[in-house]
Write a protein that binds this ligand. Structure first.
Ligand code: UD1
Ligand code: CA
Length: 454
């Protein structure tokens, strides 16, 4: 099969976004629209992805460093036909070419695969959609036999043509050799004074090619984004699909409309996910995991049976089986919690490796630390890991008991089974089994009289 080359049009201004950010960089599900299109092109096996940029070119280019993307500059936006023509020198003659749009982010791979899979020199594949209100779109003009003859733009359409409900999505595929002979002959003598890509349909028909038409399963697949309302519509459609997938795969969702997946979420069976969960980056949830309301979980692995209680924020962490996290816990990058651990309310961890069965239940900061098994960290314990210049480590052995309101001034090491009295400021290492108490001595003064008002 001839190589597939994808041309993505992304040079337009997108003025209706009212934004300093180029339109194609506005995110859907946490990822710039253009990157969705590039990823889809890659899934199709494209040999090269030619992205035509103009407005905000530097910003768009800087957003993506990828060897399979070739940036093509269109300095003046003279129309979609002119835009594709800019990529012609970079297209091999034998290539199959698929035209996509940087502001149409959610076309399914299967929809496009069907278009390019049986493309050869004798046909042009066109993706169309039927619309109740086709105003503004190019209309698909067919003859009496139902064969596509041409596309007519809204502003050039006769009253009769304006009644046509089948419209052009803009997405089409044809071989590079045809584009190379047709595009240089385009004229801009039309209502908008633009070089229309759509004029090549009539050229294809004149050249005896057949126009193969297909339609997407869902119109959202070909929905372009011109303003933030349409952006929100696409976002909600995308999230609804994610929710349906998760339910199909074994998660019960308290409300399928109140979960957001911005990245890759993989799950086991029998999960319960309460409202307002946000998943970002790469997250994996095991079976029987429970996610409470209002949790934000990013780049994390959460093992079977773990429970993340309400309002917890987890990033770059590994949570072991049957661990209990939160409510109001914050696990920062480098946190690795073994099975059956507990991290309770208002506890922050960072680069903390915690052994099986250990507990940090209340109001603590544990950073740059390694904890053995069955350690109990009392309420209000702080690892003082930063001396103002460098970070230092705290090491707690198996079975260590840390009394409440303890400061562990790192670097410091506490051996197995040691005990620390509440309120201690620990600055020296503690040996196995020892009790360390490091706090002001209590004096009780009898006969003390309180001051009286003068
Ligand atoms: C185009 C189609 C129309 C179709 C509609 C679907 C043409 C002539 N018309 O119309 O049949 O129904 O899309 O949305 O193709 N672009 C460039 N460089 C340019 C011009 C456009 O990169 O010089 C990019 C724009 O950024 C945009 C896309 O191409 O993403 C479509 O261009 P636009 O001018 O919006 O075309 P429409 O008038 O919507
Ligand atoms: Ca448009």
């Amino acid at each position: 099969m001839n190589p597939l080359h994808v041309v993505i049009l992304a040079a337009g201004q997108g003025s209706r976004m009212k934004s300093a950010l180029p339109k194609v960089l506005h995110p859907v599900a946490g990822k710039p629209m253009l990157h969705h299109v590039v990823d889809t092109a890659k899934q199709l096996g494209a040999e090269k992805i030619h992205t035509v940029i103009g407005h905000g070119a530097d910003q768009v280019r800087a957003s993506l460093h990828d060897d399979s993307v070739n940036w093509v500059l269109q300095t003046e936006q003279l129309g979609t036909g002119h835009a594709v023509a800019q990529a012609l020198p970079d297209l091999p003659d034998n290539a199959r070419v698929l035209i996509l749009y940087g502001d149409v982010p959610l076309t399914r791979k299967d929809t496009l695969e069907a278009m390019v899979s049986d493309l050869d020199d004798r046909n042009l594949a066109l993706l169309t959609v039927d619309m109740d209100n086709p105003h503004g779109y190019g209309r698909i003009v067919r003859n009496d036999q139902g064969q596509v003859q041409a596309i007519v733009e809204q502003k050039d359409a006769t009253a009769e043509q304006q009644d046509i409900n089948e419209v052009n999505t803009g997405i089409l595929a044809v071989s590079a050799s045809h584009l190379k002979s047709w595009l240089p002959t385009l004229s801009n003598s039309n209502a908008q004074g633009e070089y229309y890509l759509t004029d090549i349909i009539a050229m294809a028909v004149d050249n005896g090619l057949s126009v193969t038409v297909s339609q997407p399963l869902n119109p959202f697949e070909v929905q372009g984004v011109n303003n933030r309302l349409q952006l929100a519509e696409l976002e909600r459609w995308y999230q609804r699909q994610q929710a349906e997938r998760l339910m199909t795969e074994g998660a019960t969702l308290a409300d399928p409309a109140r979960i957001d997946v911005r990245g890759e979420l993989t799950i086991g069976n029998d999960l319960w996910i309460d409202v307002n969960a946000v998943f970002e980056g790469k997250v994996s949830l095991g079976s029987n995991v429970v996610i409470g309301p209002n949790c934000v979980i990013k780049d994390a692995t959460i093992a079977d049976g773990a429970e993340i209680k309400a309002n917890s924020v987890i990033e770059g962490a590994v949570v072991g089986a049957n661990a209990q996290i939160g409510p109001f816990a914050r696990l920062r990058p480098g946190t690795e919690l073994a099975a059956n651990t507990k991290v309770g309310n208002f506890v922050e961890t960072k680069k903390a490796v915690v052994g099986e069965g250990s507990k940090i239940n209340h109001l603590s900061y544990v950073g740059d630390a390694s904890l053995g098994r069955n350690v109990n960290v009392g309420a209000g314990t702080i690892t003082c890991n930063y001396d103002g210049v460098n970070k230092h480590k705290t090491v707690l052995g198996d079975g260590v008991f840390v009394g409440s309101n303890t400061s562990l001034v790192a670097p410091v090491s506490v051996a197995d089974q040691a005990t620390i009295g509440a309120g201690s400021t620990i600055t020296r290492d503690i040996s196995e089994g020892e009790l360390a108490v490091a706090r002001g001595k209590q004096r009780n003064i009898s006969g003390w009289e309180r001051p009286k008002k003068a």
